[in-house]
Write a protein that binds this ligand. Structure first.
Ligand code: AN0
Ligand code: CP
Length: 317
């Protein structure tokens, strides 16, 4: 595998999960694979899990790691070609990217959607420029439209906890005060659609995701109805995708918060969230603290998904 930006890059999911469980059982089995190889992680946005888990995964493989927070200490980068650079941006991405490529063997990039220009976001301009100009394998640490390391960890987690061959997985929108990208829900839907699970999406009117991500999922606007009999509840906020409201917060209705009354409608479902989560907006304290909450094991699996991806990239060098 050279680049990793979406579900298709990882190949058959059964094999990917099998490899993940092997890595998890012995995470130092490939500790020579990354010897004298350098991972560079570039963050245009904040992170806790992705930063720590990806660095840990690289260390498990014996890699050296360089982390750059572009907004803390690096020159401000221009991303548009043709701009007369007489403003506050001292360097262009078109020089910065190949320079970064000189100092490493693999590049991870986090660059969220700007949520202003849908076409620009959905063309994935930033990560695609890294792929084009860095000369190195590139993987997404959450790009504008997808967060595949998260979705892969989510899949591993569901496979570990499921008790039915074909569980019912419900992704529910939940309220949040700020406008968030669609990357996590898009990506989760993309990965769930590549399984044979019973997959349902529920959200208020106006929060429809792009049809290419909704795919074969059933969309149910009544959250309570959607949750009936669920085996996994995957909560997430996202901003509107549809025009003319792209990137907007249309509702902060706490009627959509996941609470114990909603969880009681499920088949004793596990509660999942990618984190960071706003308590008592997305989910109540009692649900996230309950025995059925698997948000911590889910986060722990981020190390594993990152390690499988890095392992495969290293194997292809
Ligand atoms: C980000 C998002 O929703 O895409 C990152 C989640 C992993 N969340 C926030 O900005 C709160
Ligand atoms: N879930 C996730 O990607 O978390 P961070 O934003 O903290 O990396």
């Amino acid at each position: 595998m050279r680049n990793f930006t979406n579900v298709h890059d990882i190949g058959p999911l059964d094999l990917a999960v099998k490899e993940a469980l092997e890595v998890k059982a012995d995470r130092f089995a490939y500790s020579h694979l990354g010897k004298n190889r350098t991972l560079m992680m570039i963050f245009f946005n904040s992170s806790l899990r992705t930063r720590l888990s990806t660095q840990k995964a690289a260390m498990n493989l014996g890699m050296n790691v360089i982390v750059l927070d572009v907004n803390q200490g690096a020159w401000k980068l221009e991303t548009e070609r043709g701009v007369i650079m007489d403003g506050d941006k001292a360097e262009h991405l078109l020089e910065a990217i190949p320079v970064m490529g000189c100092y490493c063997d693999v590049i991870g990039v986090r660059s969220f959607a700007g949520l202003k220009d849908k076409a620009e976001d959905y063309e994935e301009r930033v990560i695609n420029q890294f792929i084009k100009y860095s000369g190195r394998p590139v993987f997404s640490m959450e790009a504008a439209t997808r967060h595949p390391l998260q979705s892969f960890a989510d899949l591993i987690t569901i496979e570990e906890y499921k008790t039915k061959a074909r569980p019912k997985v419900v992704m529910t929108w939940a309220p949040h005060p700020r406008a968030l990208p669609q990357a996590v829900p898009n990506s989760f839907a993309e990965w769930m659609n590549a399984t044979d699970y019973d997959f349902v999406i529920t959200h208020p009117h106006g929060y429809e995701l792009a049809p290419e991500f909704v795919g074969r999922a059933r969309v149910e606007y009544d959250q309570r109805k959607a949750l009936e009999g669920a085996d996994f509840v995957y909560a997430k906020n996202w901003s509107a995708y549809a025009d003319p409201d792209y990137g907007k917060v249309l509702s902060t209705d706490r009627e959509w918060t996941v609470d114990s009354e909603k969880m009681a409608l499920t088949d004793n479902a596990f509660f999942m969230h990618c984190l960071p989560v706003r308590r008592n907006m997305i989910v109540t304290d009692d649900v996230i603290e309950s025995e059925r909450s698997i948000v911590i094991p889910e986060a722990a699996n981020r190390e594993i998904s990152a390690q499988v991806v890095l392992k495969r990239i290293l194997e292809s060098l």
